[in-house]
Structure formats: structure tokens, C-alpha cells
Design a protein around this ligand. Structure first.
Ligand code: AMP
Ligand code: ZN
Length: 113
């Protein structure tokens, strides 16, 4: 997706404050943090939203959650974090390349607003 900002980040065209990278996943700090720690974890391959996860592309989702656990452990917040995915504009999705918000360092309310 040539006009997708997260594809450009995945391809190294747009610099980010990178936390983790491997062949299929990249994680970086959100530029507008909503918590003291706010990291985005994305598949490098373009998947538009959680609605587009299928049997053909879901292996990377399992891997993303392994990466999230590793990032949490490496940064000392393994017992205290929230993972959020916004799917669709009404749920708050503004970037249409699947991403998981990983947030820690403050109290979170439930249900989320
Ligand atoms: P969402 O609203 O769930 O689609 O989340 C998109 C997130 O991407 C927001 O929290 C933005 O602050 C973040 N974001 C957008 N562009 C960038 C960027 N170039 N670098 C880091 N974070 C970004
Ligand atoms: Zn993309």
C-alpha cells in the first residue's frame, strides 16, 4: 500500500522511535502517547484492520502477541499493561493498517471510553 503511513514505517521510509523489529513485525513508540509507555506493534505486511484477519494471514497475529510479551518483559511492565485495537472509524481507528496499542505506566478505566 504505497500511501499507507505504517507500510512506510515498516519499509523504513519514515523514521520512528523503534522498540523492536524482526522479519514480520515492527514496534515503535506512538507519536502521541496516551500513557507513559505507549508502543504500537504492527505486522510489516499490510492488513487493513482486525476485520481482515484470516486463516491465511493470522500467524503474524500470534507472533505479535509473543512480541508484546517480550517487549513487556524487556521493559519491566509484564504485569501491568493494556493492549488495544481500534477496528473501524467509529471505534477510533485512524490509521488503516492493523496495529495494537500497548500501554502501561498509569491506571486504566474499564469499560474503556
Ligand atoms: P488508531 O487511532 O487506533 O488508528 O491509532 C493510530 C495511532 O498511530 C495514533 O495513536 C497515532 O498517534 C499513531 N501514529 C500515527 N502516525 C504515527 C507515526 N508516524 N509515528 C508514530 N505513531 C503514529
Ligand atoms: Zn499499510
Amino acid at each position: 500500500m504505497s500511501d499507507c503511513i505504517f507500510c512506510k514505517i515498516a519499509g523504513g521510509e519514515i523514521p520512528t522511535n523503534k522498540v523492536y523489529e524482526d522479519e514480520t513485525v515492527i514496534a515503535f513508540h506512538d507519536m502521541d502517547p496516551q500513557a507513559p509507555t505507549h508502543i504500537l506493534v504492527i505486522p510489516k505486511a499490510h492488513i487493513a484492520s482486525a476485520s481482515d484477519i484470516t486463516a491465511q494471514n493470522s500467524a503474524v497475529i500470534a507472533h505479535i502477541f509473543e512480541v508484546i510479551a517480550k517487549i513487556a518483559a524487556d521493559n519491566g511492565f509484564e504485569n501491568d499493561f493494556r493492549v488495544v485495537n481500534n477496528c473501524g472509524a467509529r471505534a477510533g481507528q485512524t490509521v488503516h493498517h492493523l496495529h495494537f496499542h500497548v500501554m502501561s505506566g498509569r491506571e486504566f478505566t474499564w469499560p474503556a471510553g
